[in-house]
Design a protein around this ligand. Sequence first.
Ligand SMILES: NC(=O)c1ccc[n+]([C@@H]2O[C@H](COP(=O)([O-])OP(=O)(O)OC[C@H]3O[C@@H](n4cnc5c(N)ncnc54)[C@H](OP(=O)(O)O)[C@@H]3O)[C@@H](O)[C@H]2O)c1
Length: 266
Amino acid sequence: MEYFTLYNGVKMPALGFGTWTLRGEEGRRCIGEALAVGYRLLDTARMYQNEETVGQAVRDSGLGREEVFLTTKLWQPSNSYQKAKSDLDRSLQALGTDYVDLLLLHEPYPERLEMYRAMEEAYKAGKARAIGVSNFNAEEYESLVQQCEIRPAVNQVESHVYYPRLELCRTLAAQGTQMQSWAPFTEGRRDLFHEPILMEIGAAHGKTAAQTALRYLVQNGIAVIPKSAHRERMEENFAVFDFSLTGEEMARIGTLKGPDSLFGWP
Ligand SMILES: NC(=O)c1ccc[n+]([C@@H]2O[C@H](COP(=O)([O-])OP(=O)(O)OC[C@H]3O[C@@H](n4cnc5c(N)ncnc54)[C@H](OP(=O)(O)O)[C@@H]3O)[C@@H](O)[C@H]2O)c1
């Protein structure tokens, strides 16, 4: 596993496991398998309604709490300082832990400043080892940086070969903020797994299109959190640190880039 070191010194796995839609018994099985495969970062959110499942899967795995990097996110119903504060405590209780490794603000809600203030306090109180944001564009990010006390350690955004957002990644990096990709496989909106350029480049390394797509992001300094409910795919997606793409291959994959979000984000 490779790591990105956040500006406060916290080491975050470059590759984690997304848990959106993984709930209940089936969710617990999938998350347990991901941990058995070797994933050490689990990405959940208050919105996913699976924090209990994630916490249970970690306990069932026999791994120590400190061996697993847990990310959760505060969402829109926590849209005040007070609600953000108490909902974080609910998240911790659901996860069965007294701290998360990364606490994100799920979206740039109108009440983001007061919600972020509650997150800063949580950071100072040791309830989160790092805090950050999600779905902030460059302007929203810059504006928060101007107004906050503790700048975001991470911005988790839509990023994949069709919309990698390398410029946003550079803007964030200039202030020490790590970019993390959600939907690195486009959540199935494009058939990335049969994309000829990815298949051809991957084949030259004995890798699949999925592995090549993840490698492209990681090699651009972007952390990834792919989701799969299938163990063989979890293993496939995990095996992206034993090869490198050449500059020419990176440039070719760069030609897949389109101008727009596939999810309709402004
Ligand atoms: N911050 C945010 O607003 C936000 C938004 C969206 C997502 N997220 C986070 O990002 C994580 C990842 O995004 P995502 O789950 O939306 O989508 P994704 O990881 O881009 O794609 C998941 C889809 O790809 C399939 N898949 C995975 N590996 C594959 C492989 N090797 N070959 C073929 N198909 C494969 C999965 O199918 P199977 O499961 O059937 O294998 C699933 O249908 C989420 O789980 C969540 O934790 C955050």
